[in-house]
Design a protein around this ligand. Structure first.
Ligand code: CP
Length: 292
């Protein structure tokens, strides 16, 4: 029988999320756990990446397995049937991680492959980023109970995965986005236009790039629209005193976040980046070795 896919946060239960986070904390203390000897992960990239590529490759190495990097444009995914190509990858490898342009493409890969498929980011979801963000929140706040996440800016794929995670663990989330740039999915998160509403008494403040990959032609227009949504000290000052700041990176200082906030003691952005490695190791063990 085919193992579980991880295409969106909706593919896991609250219990599974908590188990993955607990295992991540253990793996952070004991870096090497050779449970993946002889196992191979295919990593398929249609878009650029620093964190996703390197953290998954290092994760497989530290687990005693192996990862293969595949540039989408150098494979026959560009001209063949996506499902057939994915089926073949699944015959050689124990799991596939794919970063693609459209959510439908990761769905087709999962349909074709008999092995677990992980969404390494598409236009609608970035569930691996949400795992790392929630580990960072747990490490800093010790609990999810009673917390408020405030999102300011574009309702991106990262925002969607955080909204689904927040709903899963019963955490309040308020998303402040300009009209026409709101999230494209609905959860119990409150969607507003005023960034002050998202920031007020927030325990966690998060933002993302104003010009995501694929929107470069709209850069000037977007900068004007998003300017009031900059994560700056004015917003941080109305959040709780111990509010932490997250950003999935890459960041654009002076645009979606000021240097002052990015470099402040409240910024946990690099801790969040490091946590990609630990949460992905836990996720791989969950999907491939079923250790949870
Ligand atoms: N946050 C994130 O997914 O980083 P990369 O695009 O560098 O993989």
């Amino acid at each position: 029988m085919k193992g579980k896919d991880f295409l969106t946060i909706s593919d896991i239960s609250e219990r599974e999320l908590m188990d993955i986070l607990k295992l991540s904390i253990k793996l952070k203390k004991n870096k090497v756990l050779e449970k993946m000897k002889g196992k191979t992960l295919a990593m398929l990239f249609a878009k650029t990446s620093t964190r996703t590529r390197v953290s998954f490759e290092v994760a497989m190495a530290q687990l005693g397995g192996h990862a293969i990097y595949l540039n989408w444009n150098e494979t026959n995914f560009v001209k063949g049937d996506i499902k057939d190509e994915a089926k073949v990858l699944g015959l050689y490898c124990d799991a596939i991680m794919g970063r693609v342009f459209k959510h439908n493409q990761i769905l087709m890969i999962a349909e074709g492959s008999d092995k677990p498929v992980i969404n390494g980011m598409d236009d609608l979801h970035h569930p691996c980023q949400a795992l790392a963000d929630f580990l960072t929140i747990l490490e800093n706040k010790k609990t999810f109970k009673g917390l408020k996440i405030g999102w300011v800016g574009d309702g991106t794929n990262v925002c969607h995965s955080l909204m689904q995670s927040a709903e899963l663990v019963g955490l309040e989330m308020v998303v402040a986005s300009p009209k026409d740039y709101e999230p494209k999915i609905r959860t119990n998160a409150r969607i507003v236009q005023n960034p002050l509403e998202a920031a007020k008494d927030a325990d966690v403040l998060v933002t993302d790039s104003w010009v995501s990959i694929g929107f470069e032609k709209e850069k000037e227009k977007r900068i004007k629209i998003f300017r009031p949504y900059q994560l700056n000290s004015q917003l941080l000052n109305i959040a709780k005193k111990d509010c932490i700041v997250l950003h999935c990176l890459p960041a654009h200082r002076g645009y979606e976040i000021t240097s002052e906030v990015f470099d402040s003691p409240q910024s946990k952005i690099f801790q969040e980046s490091e946590n990609r490695l630990h949460t992905e190791k836990a996720l791989l063990l969950h999907l491939i070795s079923d250790v949870l």
